[in-house]
Design a protein around this ligand. Structure first.
Ligand code: GLC
Length: 645
């Protein structure tokens, strides 16, 4: 369907008429290219309506946003279109933080750009900064207004200026798009409570418990501790409101096309401020279906496709990142499979890799990881993983029961072991985490804690056992940086910061121990980042070194394939990266003892003069055909030049 040919022609045409010939040609070509994606998605989502009219509404908004787009951003659009793999390049390196916990406010954040540059950062995820509800707001994930910045952080113009400053330094700004729910105080929810039917249809509101009970039969509990159940009775609206997360986060009804149009406008608004990556928060939950967990429904991908098509028409420099913290089998769908290939998000969190890193370090065993990572469906070519060790959330033990069974483990028991290990309850554990949301029904216990605390590092790094903790931090970071997606460091982890002992002191935080691993950045500690004697420096320099080495290795381009070797020592993870510039073999010892590695793995991978790029040294074969890996060793091995180190 061509929006320039149907009955919607007039509204689109009216905007087109305001464009120059060159602009018109650009936008017409984009409409021609992306309208079919839009139509296909809308047809799946809203089979009962006249899709043509909806296409017209969306196309008109996209063209309008294109018309209003800053010339500098249009230039960025062109630049990105000329380099479609811009996100996949090994130079990409990410950092995520709360604005106020890192740099006070939006205007002052650029004062810390040298710090980010030191680390090699060119992708900056600022945690939710649009105006949230007052009081507890789930770290900003209960948005009251999508077009206003949180008062203490600045104004919309500060955000626009910050995006421009970052862009000038080659840093892409990443922001959240919270689209599963809005705050109870958002205007749409207020209007619904005032009895406006148009807005009541934006939500799921039921007169009695019949529907909620029916859904709850198959719905898992997301916050069983502080917000049990998925529905909340609201006296003002006189009904049961769907609230997957907290009772003041009202789930949106995406089966209503008006909700899609609202969010298309928000996407365009944020893109025109200069946001380059939109993190689709809790995207897995956006479509509800009776008798299911109401996660990962096929329509979720169709609605992503619709929004993406709109963005591609108006602002192709803006891409999507799926925040779907789901089981390994469902995960790859978010990067586009089947009919959605190349049409949804370009980025998604590699939750499975993250969980496996923790599992390997706790057990000193890679057998489950080999199984889980090699059982993942192939990553779509344009798909890029966000590789991370920690983020602002708790860690949920997404271990697939089938994967566990395949290697002789029991999924439930292993998940339980991991919780106990990282809570520091298991005999011999070096970890110092906190249990988050123990679920008495499923037995699940998630874990909070900074990377340093979970790996056993002390605050000052002067305790026995700290060397081992530092080595664990390094090997974990190397696995994350060597997988071939965008590594994203969670603020504070680059300095080895431990859990914030005062996390519960701030009003609204007392029930949510995720704040333990969301400390304010300790700038005094940061000052010591180049003082080799400190643990802060050892962690920081280690991460910055990995970023530098990574940037020079074409094998870490995200489009290259990763293959996990199945026949290595049980304490050694080995991953082959295949790339036309030559193979790479990443080798990691996840144990605290020396481990053997057969030299033949290098030659079989096509590497004849193995050279470790991390330590810039050649690797030599022992008399027994083996090489020895020291405790927690991390090697990124490429073809070296004989005699040259
Ligand atoms: C995402 C966020 C998490 C938040 C939830 C609800 O999972 O990462 O912090 O609690 O969505 O918005």
């Amino acid at each position: 369907m061509n929006p320039l040919a149907g009955p919607t022609k007039q509204s689109v045409q009216a905007v087109l008429n305001q464009l120059s010939d060159h602009e018109r040609e650009t936008i017409e070509l984009r409409l021609e290219r992306w309208t079919p994606d839009l139509v296909a998605a809308l047809t799946v989502l809203y089979p009962e309506i006249d899709v043509e009219e909806l296409v017209g509404r969306l196309a008109e908004r996209a063209v309008q946003a294109f018309r209003e787009r800053d010339p500098e951003l249009r230039r960025l659009d062109q630049r990105r279109l000329l380099t479609p793999d811009w996100l996949q390049q090994p130079t990409r390196f990410g950092y995520a933080c709360y604005t106020e916990r890192f740099g006070d406010n939006l205007a002052r954040l650029p004062e810390h750009l040298d710090y980010l540059r030191d680390l090699g950062v060119d992708y900056l995820h600022l945690m939710p900064l649009l105006r949230p509800r007052e009081g507890d707001n789930d770290g900003g994930y209960a948005v009251q207004s999508y077009r206003t910045v949180r008062e203490d952080l600045g104004e919309i113009d500060d955000l626009r200026n910050l995006a421009r400053t970052l862009r000038g330094q080659g840093i892409s700004l990443v922001l959240d798009l919270v689209l599963n729910h809005v705050a109870r105080e958002h205007e749409w929810a207020e209007r619904a409570r005032a009895g406006d039917d148009h807005y009541r249809r934006y939500f799921y509101i039921y007169p009695d418990r019949t529907a909620p009970d029916a859904y709850e039969r198959t719905l898992p509990d997301v916050f069983p501790d502080f917000a049990p159940g998925s529905f909340t009775h609201d006296d003002e609206v006189d009904g049961w409101v769907w609230t997957t997360f907290n009772e003041w986060q009202w789930d949106l009804n995406w089966a209503n096309p008006d909700v899609l149009v609202e969010f298309a406008e928000i996407v365009l608004f944020l893109a025109n401020l200069g946001v380059e990556v939109l993190r689709l928060d809790a995207i897995a939950f956006t479509w509800k279906r009776l008798g299911t967990s109401c996660q990962n429904q096929p329509e979720v991908h169709a609605l992503t496709q619709a929004l993406r098509a709109v963005a591609r028409i108006a602002c192709p420099a803006t891409v999507f990142k799926a925040e779907a913290i789901v089981g390994p089998r469902d995960l790859v769908q978010y990067l586009g499979q089947g009919e959605h290939a190349g049409r949804v998000s370009d980025l998604a969190y590699h939750n499975s890799l993250m969980v496996q890193v923790w599992s390997m370090l706790a057990t000193g065993n890679v057998v489950l990881t080999r199984q889980a990572l090699s059982a993942l469906p192939t990553t779509p070519p344009a798909g890029t993983w966000i590789c991370y060790l920690r983020c602002h959330d708790d860690i949920g033990w997404a271990i697939d029961d089938g994967d566990a069974r395949a290697v002789g483990l029991e999924g439930y028991a292993h998940r339980r072991f991991l919780s106990e290990w990282y809570a520091g309850e298991y005999p011999g554990s070096w970890a110092d985490g906190l249990v988050f949301q123990a679920n008495p029904v499923s037995g699940d216990k998630r874990i909070s804690g900074t990377a340093a605390s979970l790996l056993g590092l002390s605050a000052e790094g002067d305790m026995p056992g700290d060397d081992a903790a530092l080595a664990r931090l390094f090997v974990a970071s190397a696995i994350v940086c060597g997988w071939g997606g965008i590594p994203v460091i969670w603020s504070g982890d680059e300095l080895g910061m431990t859990n914030d002992p005062h996390w519960a002191d701030e009003p609204g935080h007392e029930d949510d121990n995720r704040w333990a691993h969301r400390p304010r950045l300790d700038w005094q500690r940061a000052e010591r980042r180049h003082d080799r004697a400190t643990s802060a420096s050892k962690v920081f320099e280690g991460v910055a070194h990995l970023a530098r080495v990574r940037a020079a290795l074409p094998q870490l381009h995200a489009a290259a394939d990763s293959t996990v070797l199945m026949h290595t020592d049980a304490g050694v993870l080995a991953v082959v990266r295949s790339h036309p510039s030559g193979p790479m073999l990443c080798v990691y010892n996840v144990t605290d003892s020396w481990r053997p590695f057969e030299y033949r793995h290098f030659t079989e991978a096509g590497i004849h003069h193995p050279h470790d790029a991390i330590e810039n040294r050649d690797i030599h074969i022992g008399d027994d055909g083996m090489v020895g890996l020291s405790p927690y060793a991390a090697w990124w091995v490429v073809e070296g030049r004989p005699g040259v180190s």
